[in-house]
Write a protein that binds this ligand. Sequence first.
Ligand code: DX5
Ligand code: ZN
Length: 227
Amino acid sequence: MSTPKAEGRAIRIAPSILAADFAKLGAEVRAAEQAGADWIHVDVMDGRFVPNISIGPLVVKAVRRHTELPLDVHLMIVEPDRYVADFVDAGADVVGVHVEACPHLHRSVETIKEAGARACVVLNPATPASHVESILGDVDQVLVMTVNPGFGGQKFIESALSTVSTIRGWIEERGLSVDLEVDGGITPETIGPAAAAGADVFVAGTAVFGMDDYKVAIDTLRRGARR
Ligand code: DX5
Ligand code: ZN
């Protein structure tokens, strides 16, 4: 099937606070909102599912007080079901769980929805699109990783884009309203191909918080996605 054009879909830019200055996180999040961010992306790492440790519900709760924007919480943790309610109580609007960490994926998705958040399922770059094919009608969002999760500032993995186009095809064929997000190595150069493959939500850590002017950074990404 032909790949639908990026035009016509709302482009959302979700700066990842992983690249922000954690010593002044409130100010960083407010600055991103002022600069035109659509969502705030929060990376939760447990040192087990990924080889790095980041933050937990306490930080989500602290960030919640500084912005009205949707908080898109990406759980890179084993046994995510155990913590879903804590993150929703802390203020998460979207909760993403990795299919590689969920032996009972449908139950995990229901756990998120019952807790009152939008449910997102996440695929590592080497995980086939087929792993979310049957659950697509039950989720609000799919996130395709374009780096191996665990660290910011890594190089975009181009081969993950075929997963994005396959999933975009299913969403269109079935007339679903599922957001399709990409995360990792998103820059003004890589965002265009990701948008052309069918993504409509773009996480960017280094390409926003690593820049001097967040507004210029976000505007440049948005333009890149429309090109
Ligand atoms: C990677 C995280 C990403 C990361 C993106 O494990 O899930 O959200 O913060 O950072 P950049 O945009 O720098 O690749
Ligand atoms: Zn992330």
